[in-house]
Write a protein that binds this ligand. Structure first.
Ligand code: BGP
Length: 484
């Protein structure tokens, strides 16, 4: 019998408010970390750390700039003004779920207010209602690469323990407000990004003064405590809420069968899985604690933190999967290539995207089986997609056979992993439509099944166009995966 997706499998798409919404100053929204992130351009990933760096001076300058020019995430794909059209397109594809995030500063402009911004709440109520009316299940990420800039300036971002209570107030407000419309919640997007790109992940500015590693790991700990407390708050609001964590899974292969390479790959995998361990098992694993010691990191904890972490574990594990990496004791023996927020040793068996990301659909089956074996809780693939420079033809079509091939190969591996026994709740492609890239702030690094007519400078009509992948994905969903 051929493998099949379970009935009701949650096929859909995903995006982040910080990359899609725009409306950065509409209806009382406050300035966020995404709004002060300047435009970058496609680059060799060796430059990435430098090009993603947001200095205090850059933030001060950004605060003086009105409008979106130079700050692509202030415009995004203008979902804020076009959400009805977009949701109609998602419904036309047959989406069963849409993963989206909330802009914290749209609800609490500085993060400090005692009362929420009603206009912000009303916007999301309109969005969730429009989704529900079309039978689309919202999957809502509470924190996806943004936070009010005021909390960065006041508390050093998540490095300040005070942010925990402000985040709890935000999360409790929205989970209470939307308990009639939203069942599925995620706490922090790709929680491991906080120690890779601390400003994007946690509002921790790299001051280039030797303190960033300590501050980013402390920020991560505060996010874990906040996540655990929010999970428990969620259960008090609605006992049937389903709340998950979200990991950027980075599957590492050994460069050779040399035991040193194999051990290093195991260490790299244990370290990466350590970030979801805290959410699922309620404690840091030994490899992560050892890495903290090696980095000279000393986490300041409250006496209640270990119990908070142990009691605030999640119902399901969601993750992003784009590529795989290679672990080599001596990386100089091999070439390197780009990856999501870093570069890695080149795998000679894998092709790469235009941005150097190694293409590995088989690794997704491996990842799902491994996560299922480790945690035995339901899984959700909430990001998987191909960034490419798509071309809008004069007749309004976009031919993206490469995206169809990418998505098909990865979905076939999800289906096989399910046949291997894993429970997978759904699959949301990154992105539902073209949006601004998180790392490079490019619109022209296109992921969507819907083309959005903006360029890297925000010029264009913003009109939407159905790509070939739009029509293909619709057939996949309508057939519950049989049409793959
Ligand atoms: C993940 C993020 C997403 C998205 C994706 C693609 O790390 O969770 O927000 O951005 O990567 O990466 P990029 O947008 O940098 O091409």
């Amino acid at each position: 019998m051929t493998a099949a997706f379970p009935e009701g499998f949650l096929f859909g798409g995903a995006f982040a408010a910080s990359q899609a919404e725009g409306g950065y100053d509409a209806d009382g929204r406050g300035l966020s970390t995404a709004d002060v992130t300047p435009a970058k351009r496609k680059m060799d990933y060796a430059d990435l750390v430098e090009l993603m760096h947001v200095s205090e001076e850059a933030i001060e300058h950004a605060k003086t700039v009105q409008g979106t020019a130079g700050y692509p995430k202030r415009l995004g794909a203008d979902f804020y003004h076009r959400y009805e059209e977009d949701i109609a397109l998602f419904a036309e594809m047959g989406y069963r779920t849409l993963r989206l995030s909330l802009a914290w500063s749209r609800i609490y402009p500085t993060g400090l207010e005692a009362e929420p911004n009603r206009a912000g709440l009303e916007f999301y109520r309109r969005v969730f209602t429009a989704l529900r009316e079309r039978g689309i299940e919202p999957l809502v990420t509470l924190s996806h690469y943004e936070m009010p800039i005021a909390l960065v300036e006041r508390f050093d971002g998540w490095a300040g323990r005070e942010v925990i209570e402000h985040f709890e107030r935000f999360a409790t407000t929205v989970m209470t407000e939307f308990q009639d419309l939203v069942t599925y919640w995620l706490t922090f997007n790709e929680i491991n990004t906080t120690v890779i790109e601390p400003f994007m992940g946690a509002g921790v500015i790299d001051r280039r003064d030797g303190t960033t590693v300590q501050r980013s790991w402390q920020a991560l700990h505060h996010q874990y405590v906040a996540s655990a407390r929010v999970v428990r708050a969620a259960r008090r609001i609605r006992s049937d809420f389903r709340i998950g964590c979200m990991l950027a899974r980075m599957l590492h292969y050994p460069a050779t069968s040399d035991p040193g390479d194999v051990l290093l790959a195991q260490t790299d995998n244990e370290f990466n899985l350590g970030f979801s361990d805290v959410h699922v098992r309620g404690a840091y694993n030994g490899v992560m604690l050892r890495r903290q010691r090696e980095l000279g990191v000393v986490i300041e904890q409250a006496a209640t933190d270990p119990a908070d972490l142990a009691e605030g574990t999640v119902d399901f594990v969601s993750f992003s999967y784009y590529m795989t990496l290679v672990s080599a004791v001596d990386p100089t023996k091999y070439g390197s290539t780009g990856g999501n927020l870093f570069s890695t040793v080149k795998n000679p068996h894998l092709d790469v995207t235009e941005w150097g990301w190694q293409l590995d659909p088989t690794g997704l089956r491996h990842t799902i089986r491994e996560l299922w074996s480790r945690y035995q809780v339901p899984l959700f693939v909430v990001e998987n997609g191909l960034g490419a420079t798509d071309v809008l033809e004069s007749d309004g079509t976009v031919h993206d056979p490469y995206r169809i091939a990418y998505t098909r190969e990865h979905l076939l591996n999800v289906r096989e992993a399910i046949a291997d026994g894993a429970e997978v709740l759904g699959y949301t492609t990154w992105g539902a439509m073209d949006i601004v890239s998180a790392s490079t702030s490019q619109m022209t690094k296109r992921y969507g099944f819907v083309y959005v007519d903006f360029d890297d400078d925000g010029a264009g009509t913003g009109d939407r166009f159905r790509k070939d992948s739009f029509h293909w994905y619709r057939e996949v969903i309508v057939s519950n995966g049989a049409a793959l």
